[in-house]
Design a protein around this ligand. Structure first.
Ligand code: HEM
Length: 170
């Protein structure tokens, strides 16, 4: 029987949409907290469709000199907006396409991101692909300076509040 290690494959990640990207500081001081982000479909967009649903992602850490790795995160994506009408049907509030809404950061290789579905959006923050918007409001007040994600520079405070109230009802 083949060893598990023989099953591990390598490839050109720039052409592969299933390669996880792990971003973290190059160096940290002992006992300091730091952020690690794991994403998928960064270089090559991953289709945001029900048959391409990613069910889980896990993150492991192997300290220098230790025999076994530590599992430090395991995230389940238990719901993916499936519909009784069939795959990729139903009102999940996404068009399953990618768009540039002005949220590319210097470390992103593409400006196009999956259009997010908005069901239960009130409890799924932080928002945007890298979680830079701590609140729904910040999606527009801090991260839409080019007006590519709606002409929010024209909105009154009341209009923004109304939109947020609506989003929270989805
Ligand atoms: C008033 C209309 C809109 C509202 C209320 C809205 C709401 C939102 C919200 C709340 C997010 C963050 C979702 C999350 O992080 O989970 C988001 C992300 C996104 N929306 Fe919209 N959106 C609107 C219009 C549009 C339009 C017209 C497009 C495409 C032309 C679009 C494309 C996107 C994309 C690509 C993202 C992901 C951006 C990223 O992750 O950096 N949105 N939208």
């Amino acid at each position: 029987m083949a060893e598990l290690s023989e099953r591990i494959q390598t490839g050109d990640w720039k052409a592969e949409k299933h390669v996880p990207v792990i971003e973290c500081p190059d160096a940290v001081r002992a006992n300091d907290f730091f952020e690690v982000s794991v994403s998928l479909g960064k270089a090559v967009a991953h289709p945001n469709t029900t048959e391409h649903h990613i069910r889980w992602m896990a993150l492991f850490f192997q300290p220098d000199g230790e025999k076994a790795p530590y599992q430090v995160a395991h995230v389940e994506f238990g719901a993916h907006g499936e519909s009784t009408k069939g795959a990729n049907q139903g009102p999940v509030y996404t068009n399953h396409a990618t768009f540039d809404v002005g949220t590319k950061s210097p470390t992103d290789t593409s400006a196009d991101f999956d259009t997010a579905h908005l069901t239960n959006i009130f409890e799924s923050g932080p928002y945007l692909h890298d979680g830079r918007a701590a609140t729904l409001e910040e999606t527009w007040t801090r991260h839409n300076s080019e007006d590519k994600h709606g002409l929010s520079s024209d909105w009154t405070k009341q209009q923004l509040n109304d939109l947020i109230e609506y989003l929270k009802s989805l």
